[in-house]
Ligand binder design. Structure first.
Ligand code: ZN
Length: 389
């Protein structure tokens, strides 16, 4: 049951005050011993708020620290994410560390990208690849039998912690059965992320990931996971280009995927336009516009064919973390476009609105005249992002 925000305001504020005070103490601490003092108290407060589902206080404290541009913001965000994705549990064999992890996959296709239940043989095979190529001996795994889109990931700290607990309960069988009816709708893009989610459990203090043992680097673990998981992922992503990413702790894996998805989408779009429409990359014009709400939120890239000046496709490049208009994001977009073979790039100087199509909800993209327009593929093209009204 949802309570109205106003009825909780007084309490949320007191609890947010306490989180802020502890996070600022931690940010200003001068020793490991003092760090541990603040961390322990912060963990207790965060656990209590997660246990009562008091998402409001957690977010209120984060918002207030973000406004102050305080280093305590990073400390609090790390502490909350840490308490959500990991846990200590007592078992008959002693204490164990639990970690929620994600194995993201970047994918693109001219057909809609699948989100789906995983069959038993596929999940067994992916779990075996993870156990052999990513995690250390002695780590127990439970994996969710679903291939999630970003829209289907848990949306709050509480839901994420609940998923961790559900996965942990599935450790004996190794597979958590997801109810697909409980998941949200998925917006379709040409290129997007998909996620395998699971929980790893290990004897307290023992290494979880193979790179922690010092024999293999993260790059070597990633290469082995890509090779081993390739056949199962090809079954999951038929007629798709895809790129598995390093399985890691949940939040950092999601951030890695969000960041890598931006250049991946641009490269995939150029490949799609040249293979599906036969338009060579050097015949494309890319128009980059910075889109604003109160502040710069994202860049949108409109792709235009030299022959008719219409926007035929678009890509959204959201800003992440501390990025703003002072960051080198436009240079990064231009470099990726050039590497993909696009030679003509226009950067609009004006602030563009974050507009969407009123009929289908698709983002609008900038054209050469500096207007936001609907991307429309030429008649013979096919695309999941094509909408004709
Ligand atoms: Zn539309």
């Amino acid at each position: 049951m949802k309570t109205s925000p106003s009825s909780r305001r007084g309490r949320a504020s007191r609890e947010a005050d306490s989180l802020i005070q502890l996070s600022e103490g931690l940010a200003q601490s001068g020793s490991r011993a003092e760090d541990r003092f603040w961390e322990t108290r912060l963990d207790v407060e965060i656990d209590a708020l997660l246990a009562t589902g008091d998402e409001g206080s957690l977010n209120a404290a984060l918002d207030r620290l973000a406004d102050r541009e305080s280093r305590a913001y990073e400390e609090l965000a790390d502490a909350i994410e840490g308490r959500v994705e990991s846990a200590d549990v007592q078992t008959n064999e002693g204490s164990r560390d639990l970690l929620l992890f994600a194995a993201p996959v970047l994918a693109w296709s001219r057909m809609p990208l699948p989100t789906r239940l995983l069959s038993d043989p596929i999940i067994r095979s992916l779990k075996k690849s993870l156990a052999e190529e990513v995690f250390c001996d002695g780590v127990d795994l439970a994996v969710a039998n679903y291939f999630f889109s970003p829209d289907q990931l848990p949306s709050s700290f509480g839901e994420t912690a609940e998923l961790r607990d559900q996965l942990a309960k599935a450790l004996p069988s190794g597979v958590f059965e997801v109810d697909p009816q409980s998941l949200g709708e998925t917006a379709q893009f040409l290129a997007d992320q998909r996620y395998l989610l699971g929980v790893a459990s290990v004897k307290k203090g023992a290494p979880l990931f193979l790179w922690q043992e010092g024999m293999l680097s993260r790059d070597e673990v990633l290469a082995a996971w890509r090779k081993s998981g390739n056949e199962s992922l090809t079954h999951l992503l038929p007629a798709c280009g895809f790129e598995p990413m390093l399985p890691r702790a949940y939040y950092v894996a999601c951030r890695d995927a969000d960041r890598a998805a931006r250049p991946f989408s641009v490269t995939a779009s150029v490949a799609f336009l040249s293979t599906s429409l036969g338009i060579a990359p050097n015949m494309l014009i890319a128009v980059i516009g910075g889109c604003y709400n109160r502040q710069l939120e994202e860049y949108r890239i409109g792709f235009i064919s030299h022959s008719d000046d219409e926007v035929i496709h678009g890509v959204v490049w959201p800003l992440l973390g501390p990025e703003d208009e002072m960051s080198d994001v436009v240079e990064e977009i231009e470099t990726i476009l050039k590497e993909a073979g696009v030679q003509k790039i226009e950067m609009l100087r004006q602030r563009m609105p974050m507009e969407y199509c009123e009929d289908c909800g698709a983002p609008l993209y900038p054209n050469l005249e500096g207007e936001m327009v609907h991307a429309e593929l030429p008649e013979d093209g096919e695309s999941p992002t094509q909408h004709l009204h």
